[in-house]
Design a protein around this ligand. Structure first.
Ligand SMILES: [Zn+2]
Ligand SMILES: [Zn+2]
Length: 210
């Protein structure tokens, strides 16, 4: 696609649209990986790939439930259990590769607009970082201070909302697969509407501790 004659002002708009699309796309990717790899023993080319299932379903979900054990500081061995919150480092590059080497790469090859790949890679990396950081803050609230993510975006309301969303995932393992952006849960029917949530869950340890 020849973009040489396009006005310069159009590019930031295109990049912004690509970034929004990338967030939506990565939300579906996040849900897919969480549902199909982290909650199932996946079979890839005949091989059973069970590491994510063991690390997530058998370890993380057993140590962190929707009750008070959702918060690390109630654990008997917090140092050891803290290691089960993040994914292994190589999940980051793997997720970025999966989100860029699919549809964005096809679009770039067809249109010649490689910004599609760069923006999807940047958004995928940021999304992964946000996943790890917010998931860590959800399970390890600090009694003495609130961190940036808990204080600033809409005065912490987004984090509080996502924290409740994830707490419900620890109660209903086949709902609320998204941690960062629950768009895919909403679209694909794994979102529990407020009206169907039971009161004890809403009052579980999901609030920002002051
Ligand atoms: Zn969790
Ligand atoms: Zn899970």
């Amino acid at each position: 696609m020849n973009t040489e004659n396009w006005p310069i002002w159009i590019f930031p708009i295109i990049w912004l649209a690509m970034a929004i699309l990338a967030v939506a796309y990565t939300s579906f990717g996040e849900r897919f990986l969480h549902k199909e790899l982290m909650h199932k023993k996946a079979k890839i080319f005949g091989f059973v790939f069970e590491y994510p299932f063991i690390a997530h379903t058998l370890v993380h979900h057993q140590k962190f439930r929707a009750d008070e054990s959702y918060c690390l500081d109630t654990h008997e061995h917090p140092e050891a259990d803290a290691a089960t919150i993040p994914m292994k480092w190589w999940n980051g590059p793997a997720i970025v590769f999966m989100t860029t080497a699919t549809f964005p790469l096809d679009v770039a090859l067809i249109t010649g607009m490689w910004s599609f790949v760069y923006i999807f890679a940047a958004v995928g990396l940021a999304y992964y970082g946000l996943y790890e950081w917010s998931h860590w803050c959800m399970h390890k609230p600090l009694a003495y201070k609130k961190r940036f993510i808990e204080r600033y975006p809409f005065r912490g309301k987004i984090f509080l909302y996502l924290n409740k969303h994830h707490n419900l995932h620890h109660l209903h393992m086949h709902k609320h697969f998204n941690v960062v952006c629950p768009l895919a849960d909403l679209v694909l029917g794994t979102y529990i509407p407020e009206s169907k949530r039971t009161p004890p869950v809403a009052t579980a340890q999901t609030s920002n501790r002051a």
